[in-house]
Design a binder for this molecule. Structure first.
Ligand code: OOG
Ligand code: MG
Length: 259
């Protein structure tokens, strides 16, 4: 085999996709190949393309590192975005199969449901026409890299650690999701406590950033698609037999049980 420094993007995307498929961690891309951010997004696109070929469907996007808590936990300080597919979504009462993950972590988030396709960079006023509903969510992240360690480029190439998510009940965007307490409970024990305003000052700002990132990319995002705004607190390791719950006085609660 050629030295890994010459490995092409398609091959790298295959390594990351396989690591996710068989739940076995791999070396960081940056340990063998110098890539910039644009190349990292290119690799993400190729790797997600492999999922589409297996009939997974694009259902939306997620933003990462929109809160200080997350940036500090992971040592990465720039906004990133990744793609969500239908296979990553858990429906109410559906259990997460631990064996399909490497070292999963859960984090409490806010999600948006799109009313119409994003066709421009939005501001706070124009965004209103684009948001059908909001809800509380749990995102499950599972870096494909050993020890959950990565650079900004590494994590972008790895589709921003996206692995799973579950949504609470959709609510009117008139509820105060902008500044609401939010907690993460594991087995009825409080693990993380924060406020949705930790997400870029207001999760709506994250939605605006999503519109900017989508307009800069060649991805289309349509009515019915989802935007995950990013975690309000640090993430917690989760494991078999655990019950994970995100809750908020304004947004209600959502539970994910792990098999
Ligand atoms: C990257 C994903 C970050 C968030 O909500 O900030 C993220 C990671 O922490 O592995 O999903
Ligand atoms: Mg997240």
């Amino acid at each position: 085999m050629k030295h890994k420094a010459y490995m092409n993007y398609s091959k790298i995307s295959g390594i990351l996709d396989k690591a996710a498929s068989i739940a076995k961690p791999v070396e960081q891309v940056s340990s063998y190949r110098n890539i910039n951010l644009e190349e990292a997004y290119g690799i993400q696109c190729l790797s997600i393309g492999r999922r589409y070929k297996r009939a997974e469907r694009f259902v939306g996007i997620k933003l990462g590192f929109t809160s200080k808590a997350k940036m500090e936990q992971m040592g990465v300080h720039d906004l990133i975005w990744g793609r969500l597919t239908d296979r990553m979504q858990y429906l109410a009462n559906e259990k997460m199969d631990r064996s399909q993950f490497i070292h999963p972590r859960a984090e409490p988030e806010v999600a948006f449901l799109l009313k119409k396709p994003i066709d421009k960079v939005l501001d706070r006023e124009s965004a209103k026409e684009y948001i059908e509903s909001v809800c509380i969510a749990i995102e499950v992240i599972d870096s494909r890299y050993k020890n959950f360690k990565f650079s900004l480029e590494d994590v972008v190439a790895d589709n921003c650690s996206s692995a799973g998510f579950i949504l609470g009940e959709w609510l009117s965007p008139d509820v105060d999701y902008h500044n609401s307490e939010i907690e993460l409970w594991v087995n009825d024990e409080l693990k993380q406590k924060g406020n949705t305003s930790a997400i870029l000052g207001d999760p709506l700002e994250s939605f605006l950033e999503a519109s900017r990132m989508i307009m800069e990319s060649d991805e289309d995002i349509d009515a019915g698609d989802i935007v995950l705004a990013g975690a309000a607190t640090a993430a917690e390791y989760i494991d078999s037999g655990m019950k994970v719950e995100a809750k908020s006085p304004q947004l209600g609660s959502v539970i994910l049980d792990i098999d």
